[in-house]
Design a protein around this ligand. Sequence first.
Ligand SMILES: [Zn+2]
Length: 280
Amino acid sequence: MKRLLAVFAHPDDEGAVAGTLAKYARSGVQVTLVCATKGEAGEISDPSLATPENLGSVRENELRCACEAIGVSNLHLLGYCDSGMEGTDENRLPAAFINADPNEVKGKLVRIIREIRPHVVITFEPYGWYGHPDHIATGRYANEAFQLAGDPKTHLEAGAPWQPARLFHAVLLVSHFKDMVDYAREHDLDLDFPDQFPVEREEALVGQITHRLDTDPYREVKSAATACHRTQFGEDHMFRKVPQEIIAAANRYEYFIQAEPPLVPPTSPSEDLFADLTTD
Ligand SMILES: [Zn+2]
């Protein structure tokens, strides 16, 4: 059986690869999601949905709802707190993910990898999409755990070594959301996109893309998964109000860079993360 492990930071991050996860889940791949935090520093779109005190448990339920829509069979929460965007008070909380003991985090991830024995692992690219400290930390730890899990000399307490075959960095091309963002601005909808996106960085990422998956057949799954995150994407959020055709066009492709083993970007990107892979 093919197995895929996705490692992200907050409930709703999985939305960026929801079409890919849905595609593989529906073709019999076992799909597991790791989420480092419960997104306690996120928005509360409607005060009747949550309070700052219970936002973590509300978002955990929203994530479980999204996992069900997507077809994720196992969800592992690492149990850390959302560190917030760079420069916010949450950065200093002792329980914040960015302040966690690195060895402990790596040990948890190595244990999950050795338990699940995935062939393919997906996580953030090094800039964490838009520089969120938790995204950057999650990507770094997932990269390290990918290497350590197969090493019989480390984390002896975490089970028998297992080396996943491939590591992918999920790439979010914000420029593809331009029509959606323009529509949202014109109609005064809630936007949570960075005002200034590093265009040069996106161009550099585009040049490294090795895989591109057409997720159009899963557009309804993706919008159902998005709708689960009610505290984040309220009634006036662009993900809920922009016409579905514009969202579907912006969201159609999900992009990846094969980080391990490194791969020279082919002329036309591969459409399968498991292509030519022997799995047991
Ligand atoms: Zn996030």
